[in-house]
Write a protein of this length. Structure first.
Length: 227
């Protein structure tokens, strides 16, 4: 499910947008305060689309857009009562992908959202995996819990191993295959190296690491992963 960040301080509009986006299959998280939104969006985040009002309490939408574009290419749609040509040009120059003036036509809004997120569903399958209530982002190496907050940061090698498990879900993978696929034939780690990585995964993802539900050891062979 694609995640939308809605930064808007008008309650009736929040309810209208959230309801219609959720009907279309999006998960929506709302912020009514510009500073709160900036605190979240100035760090690595998990949203697939950002919808920004311009006039917000404490920090305006233009400043938020400017900050997001310092570290992310996530699509941004401005939705604002400031609808002059100068305002639109300012928003687009700051890096927004589109700009829609209030009041707006709901069908036009939903079409713009669809266009901005087109192709992301298939990309999401490639860039993310889920383990229980956790969501792993292959592009940022981060793990988010059910509340959307980051709970762990993995290394590149750990992410490569998780991607292999995701590819081979419910199949037994030998330790030799893991070493060949993740470490390559020009490196010589021991099978114990893999065991240590699995211990880390269990600490992060398993409710009871001693009785795993996701990462299973297959004696004498290797491991099996179940999401």
């Amino acid at each position: 499910m694609l995640r939308v960040c809605l930064v808007e301080d008008e309650q009736s509009l929040i309810e209208l947008i959230s309801l219609n986006l959720e009907i279309e299959g999006y998960h929506v998280q709302c912020f009514t305060d510009g500073q709160h939104a900036l605190d979240v969006l100035s760090k690595p985040f998990h949203f697939d689309l950002i919808i920004l009002d311009v006039m917000l309490p404490h920090v305006n939408g233009f400043d938020i857009c400017r900050e997001v574009r310092k570290h992310a290419i996530t699509p941004i749609l401005f939705l604002s009562a400031k609808g002059t040509t100068a305002d639109r040009v300012t928003g687009l120059k700051l890096g927004a992908n589109d700009y829609l003036s209030k009041p707006f036509d709901l069908e036009e809004f939903l079409l713009k959202v669809q266009i901005l997120t087109h192709g992301l569903i298939s990309a999401e399958t490639q860039n993310y995996m889920k383990i229980g209530e956790f969501r792993i982002d292959f592009t940022t190496f981060s793990v988010q819990g059910a509340d959307g907050l980051e709970v762990h940061q993995f290394s590149k090698r750990e992410i490569e191993l998780l991607a292999l498990f995701n590819e081979k879900e419910e199949k037994v993978i030998s330790r030799n295959e893991i070493l060949d696929r993740v470490w390559g034939t020009d490196q010589f780690p021991t099978t114990r190296t893999i065991d240590n990585y699995i211990l880390v995964f269990r600490r992060v993802f398993e409710t009871d690491p001693k009785n795993p539900q996701h990462f299973f050891s297959i004696r004498g062979v290797g491991y099996k992963f179940v999401s």
